[in-house]
Design a binder for this molecule. Structure first.
Ligand code: HPA
Ligand code: ZN
Length: 334
């Protein structure tokens, strides 16, 4: 790992906590919870991580998350991610979680939230690593189920900065969730949505116009629509791009085919993130390294990506300036 990339101060803005569960931790939690897994060993589970598309990944991702039952499980998952992030220069992170993946199995919403929040708070104290939490609705479930989840979350609304939208994209357009996103906006939450990962550019338009998102998660398919690119550039809408994820899920055949360089050249505010690092072969620094090598991105480009990550975050202006100053101080001594 290039020490410059590892140490580069950065924000991570597209990270599913459930996708940070390493196979070893899945097995350890399964054992202590008496949950049986359809894999004989850690290695057998890891060998199953060969995906053909988003759905083939999601099937295994939900199976892995099925071991999580207690507050401590959610703490351990979140803490393991935060330690890795801290070791890779992440100064601020805005993480997704999927409450429905757990409440559907009978786990209390509070157990999920409390475990995650306790770990985020410990990382703030121990590492100075700041964070925000984004509650994602599962788009393969109904709009009514999303609405019920928001109702369940509202007593804790100060714990979240935004709501988001993830899971199976094609066939579940943003328009399906317009009403629940309206409710979230009305109580002061920000909104983000996965769009244009496997789904068409129209889904990005819908996320902007119907869900009023502050950022697009993935968004790589925007390049198919020049009018959309013009708008995203004009409004400087951040895109949380996840290069290793895109290759693992066959959005691009090889890292060399990834369009991140073209996106930056077009003036889009792209950022680099890890998505589901345990499943896609790397945390955020490995993603920076993959595009540095695979696309031949210069050091200046990598710095631009790190700068974009703070600009695209939900940090207050004062906190953003503080983080950008840390980045400048790092560059001055690098
Ligand atoms: N896309 C959609 N849903 C997801 C993802 C993703 O990359 N990761 C976890 N849920
Ligand atoms: Zn994602």
């Amino acid at each position: 790992m290039d020490p410059f990339i590892r140490g580069l101060p950065k924000a991570e803005l597209h990270l599913h906590l459930e996708g940070s569960l390493e196979p070893e931790l899945i097995f350890a939690i399964a054992q202590r919870n008496g949950v049986s897994l359809p894999y004989a060993s850690v290695d057998a589970l890891r060998r199953a991580y060969s995906f053909t598309n988003l759905q083939s990944f999601l099937d295994i991702y939900y199976a892995g998350a099925g071991v999580l039952l207690h507050e401590q499980d959610f703490y351990d998952m979140t803490w393991a991610y935060l330690e890795r992030a801290h070791a890779q220069g992440v100064r601020h992170t805005e993480v997704f979680f999927d409450p429905q993946t757990h409440t559907e199995r009978g786990v209390a919403f509070e157990a999920v939230l409390d475990g995650i929040r306790r770990a985020l708070s410990d990382a703030r104290e121990r590492f100075g690593l700041t964070s925000e939490l984004i509650l994602c609705f599962l788009r393969h479930l109904s709009a009514e189920a999303a609405d019920a989840t928001l109702t369940q979350a509202l007593p804790y609304k100060d714990a979240f900065v935004a709501v988001g939208l993830d899971s199976s994209e094609v066939g579940h357009p943003p328009s399906k969730f317009q009403a629940v996103f309206r409710r979230a906006l009305d109580v002061g939450l920000k909104t983000v949505a996965h769009a244009g990962e496997e789904g068409p550019p129209e889904y990005i338009w819908e996320a902007l116009d119907l869900l009023q998102v502050s950022r697009i998660d993935h968004g790589v398919r925007c390049l198919e629509d020049p009018r959309l690119v013009a708008r995203l550039v004009e409004e400087q809408v951040p895109l949380t791009v996840c290069p290793l994820s895109n290759v693992k899920l066959k959005v691009f055949e090889r890292i060399e085919d990834h369009t991140l360089g073209r996106m930056l050249d077009a003036g889009l505010r792209a950022t680099v993130n890890s998505d589901d690092p345990s499943y896609f072969g790397g945390y955020v620094a490995e993603n920076y390294e993959a595009v540095a090598e695979g696309l031949g991105l210069s050091r200046a480009r990598l710095v631009e990506l790190a700068r974009n990550s703070f600009h695209a975050s939900f940090l207050s202006p004062a906190e953003r300036e503080r983080r950008l100053a840390e980045l400048d101080a790092y560059l001055a001594q690098a």
